[in-house]
Design a protein around this ligand. Sequence first.
Ligand SMILES: [Ca+2]
Ligand SMILES: [Ca+2]
Length: 219
Amino acid sequence: MYLNPLMSAPARVVVAAGVVLWACGYTAGHDLPPDWRGGPDSTWQHWQFPDAGTPTGPDEGSNPYGDPVGTVNGGVWHESSSGETGLWRLRDSQGDNMSFDVPNANNPAQSKKIVHIQITWKDFDGFDRPVIDFVPSGWEFLGEVNTEISAAWDHWASDWLYPSCLGEETIVIRPGEDDSWIDQVVIDSQCIPEPGSMTVLGLAAAGVFLARPRRMPRP
Ligand SMILES: [Ca+2]
Ligand SMILES: [Ca+2]
């Protein structure tokens, strides 16, 4: 369930309680949130593809900065496969892909953006792990972890860094060399201070401190 920031406070509490109860059963292997989820200037959104319509809004998540939008361009939807439900097959031969527009905090004090992307994909003969592209480009790949969920399905988490705090980015998922089957996509984002600027501020503060107590002794 996606929490609308404009929802009344009591309604948000009721919906949030329901999400917590439901999420307890779901998080095993499928949603492994980064430890900064819920922190300042962060968003998260979870698409599960429960029906054949293009997904638009996420199925759950929280984004105070706007409405995230998912779009499937081409693709073939399947109700279930090898124990997972609601899947998109992205065909390499047809140029299928899915894209996700994620609004973010527009906070000039924060100078970098980190994005954590989780994709559950079918690791099976004839299928490939999908590929991630960004609009705009220029993202630095930080690292990844791929975990087996079952004989057919894997969970792939990757982290990416952008050198400024963008107000919105688009994440494009397309097939690898063969077709890719996608069960779910979870995107977390956070604007963070640039470590370099923190260092400069820290050094400046130290300089003030060191410069202050110098006083010539009186003759
Ligand atoms: Ca699904
Ligand atoms: Ca596998």
